[in-house]
Design a protein around this ligand. Structure first.
Ligand code: SF4
Length: 389
């Protein structure tokens, strides 16, 4: 690996592993400003950014955190991310966050927001209740009110008002970030061997802690540097889309394992909040109306989002087609109700479309991948055999 790419990969690896959020503390110090955390999946980061604060994605403790106190807060039959998030908080690692947003994903996150209120009564906590009705007059007017309240709250935490123009500017900044992410996903889909999944994931994941402007520049730099690695060659791998990892994130080792087992991951729902809105948000009109309209009309498909009728699975199938994928791997956290309740509907849609699929579950601190490697390898081989029939 050439030195410039190695330096970039080392940096994103550090950002991923640094549970103390050093980069957030440094940003706050340099900018004399505040930071607001958010849990997966979607929050309107533009509003935090427009208030001059740093939005910080809290994606759990991953594989590097020993759970000492967090387990005492939850029953055993529950996913891992809430207990590792409580552990991060109780160990003081999230003290640099001046507020915390809990988007509406599932009961676990809803309960976690209530626990946060009790554990940290002096800190700002808001449960972000996103609309499940996509009529602009119903869900739209509800969401615009929520956004207006969030805007007022962010101004209060930041200690300064911000204008519609500030918000429009933040919308432009995040439009550029989404475009860069999209370019990265397109490049990976075309030549997955040039952008190994572990590298790409860490580059994407850096968007949880970096300011969006810096993250966009990082993605652009990575796209250029990876292209210069002339020893990266195509392999006889199958092309797959993974689904189910939108909230608790699989360990990087698991993603590497899938690739080593013969699967190019050409589509995924990892760190989905960064790519929740599809396409640009209108940067010129009323900014809250623009954010609301984008959410209603251009949100990605996700388990936490209601889809009427038979629509469930249509975006997954489109992702398979658009990325020229040959199969789908359901890769969901253990005990993740939204992902696992969605799965039968998605399986039905895939079966109807004749798309092969397999499934396994993980925990963010899963450390053994031998079984998954065998399963993914067998799936990859089977796909190739089927496609030759
Ligand atoms: S992993 Fe699933 S069940 Fe757990 S908090 Fe996230 S969405 Fe909810």
């Amino acid at each position: 690996m050439k030195p410039a790419l190695k330096a970039l990969v080392d940096r994103v690896t550090f950002l991923y592993e640094d549970l103390d959020l050093t980069v957030v503390k440094e940003w706050k110090e340099t900018h004399r400003a505040k930071a607001v955390g958010y849990m997966p999946i979607y929050v309107p980061r533009e509003i935090i950014h427009a208030a001059g604060m740093l939005p910080v994605g809290v994606m759990g403790g991953g594989e590097g955190l020993e759970i000492i106190k967090g387990d005492a807060y939850f029953q055993s039959y529950i996913c891992h991310i809430p207990r590792s998030t409580v552990e991060l908080a109780l160990s003081g690692r999230l003290d640099c966050l001046d507020g915390m947003l809990f988007p509406s994903i599932c009961d676990v996150i809803r309960n976690l927001s209530g626990m946060w209120n009790m554990m940290f009564p002096d800190r700002y906590v808001r449960y972000i209740d996103v609309p499940q009705n996509y009529d602009p007059e119903v869900g739209g007017s509800f969401w615009r009110r929520e956004l207006a309240e969030l805007r007022a709250d962010m101004a209060r935490i930041a200690g300064r008002e911000f204008s519609d123009d500030d918000l429009r500017n933040s919308i432009r900044v995040y439009n550029e970030n989404r475009t860069a992410l999209n370019d990265l996903y397109l490049a990976r889909s075309r030549e997955p061997w040039v952008y190994p999944i572990a590298e790409m994931y860490l580059v994407v994941r850096a968007g949880c802690v970096l300011p969006p402007e810096e993250h966009t520049a990082l993605i652009r730099e990575y796209l250029q540097l990876a292209q210069r690695e002339d020893d990266r060659k195509d392999k006889d791998h199958s092309r797959v889309v993974i689904v189910g990892s939108f909230c608790e994130q699989p360990p990087v080792g698991l993603l590497k394992t899938l690739e080593r087992a013969g699967c190019w991951i050409v589509g995924d729902d990892l760190v989905l909040g960064l790519r929740w809105l599809i396409g640009d948000v209108d940067p010129d009109g009323d900014p809250l109306v623009a954010l609301s309209s984008a959410f209603l009309a251009n949100s990605t498909e996700a388990a936490s989002r209601y889809e009427p009728g038979d629509a469930k699975g249509s975006q997954l199938i489109a992702s398979v087609r658009d990325n020229d994928a040959e199969g789908v791997i359901f890769c969901a956290p253990s005990f993740c109700d939204p992902a696992l309740l969605d799965q039968p509907m998605l399986v039905t849609a895939l079966d109807r479309a004749g798309i092969p699929h397999t499934q396994f579950k993980f925990s963010e601190d899963t450390g053994q991948f031998a079984v998954i490697r065998e399963q993914a390898g067998t799936f990859s081989d089977s796909i190739r055999l089927w496609s030759e029939v």
